[in-house]
Design a binder for this molecule. Structure first.
Ligand code: ADP
Length: 158
């Protein structure tokens, strides 16, 4: 059984993330979305809120689950018996960091590989950061996130 993890901040989940999740779910038998609890960052949403929004977003995809984790992605992968780490690539600006991370993870754990999926062109511009910025100024984010996520963000900024 091939298991993968898709780690990230997901603050909040966007249609770009969801596209990667749906496509990655076709490559592995089971995919666990890992929501990173990073005490150094001050996220808009708590880990619990982020996990809940992802849970709602993936409810129709049978081989995907979500949970929170802290620490290294490779440790989380081992915990889940996963040999694949999924990451999305939007532009060259993502590439250098992602390459370095993948190589570091490979040194840390030889049995784990990173699988990169390039973003769907429709979502190439999209990041959680720009969703938060647009929402903060009451802009329309309905093209960026599912309706229940939109509602949650509006509550935060109201
Ligand atoms: P991190 O803080 O780990 O970068 P993010 O939630 O920002 O967490 O992103 C998680 C992963 O999803 C990363 O691999 C990122 O490149 C990818 N990603 C983010 N937005 C998109 C998008 N619009 N299309 C494809 N991949 C994306």
């Amino acid at each position: 059984m091939l298991r993968g993890i898709y780690p990230g901040s997901f603050d909040p989940i966007t249609y770009g993330h969801l596209d990667i999740i749906k496509r990655a779910a076709k490559f592995v038998d089971h995919l666990t979305v890992g929501v990173l609890h990073n005490p150094a960052k001050r996220p808009l949403f708590s880990v619990e809120e982020r996990v809940e929004m992802i849970r709602q977003s993936i409810k129709d995809i049978p081989n995907v689950s979500v949970e929170a984790f802290s620490g290294l992605s490779v440790m989380f992968a081992k915990q889940k018996n996963a040999t694949v780490i999924v990451r999305g690539l939007r532009a060259v600006t993502d590439f250098e960091y992602e390459l370095q991370m993948a190589q570091t993870n490979r040194v840390l754990s030889e049995g784990i590989d990173t699988l990169f999926l390039t973003t769907a062109l429709d979502y190439a511009y999209l990041s959680s950061t720009n969703v938060r910025e647009v929402a903060c100024f009451q802009g329309d984010i309905s093209k960026f996130v599912p309706p229940f996520v939109e509602k949650k963000i509006k509550e935060k900024y109201s």
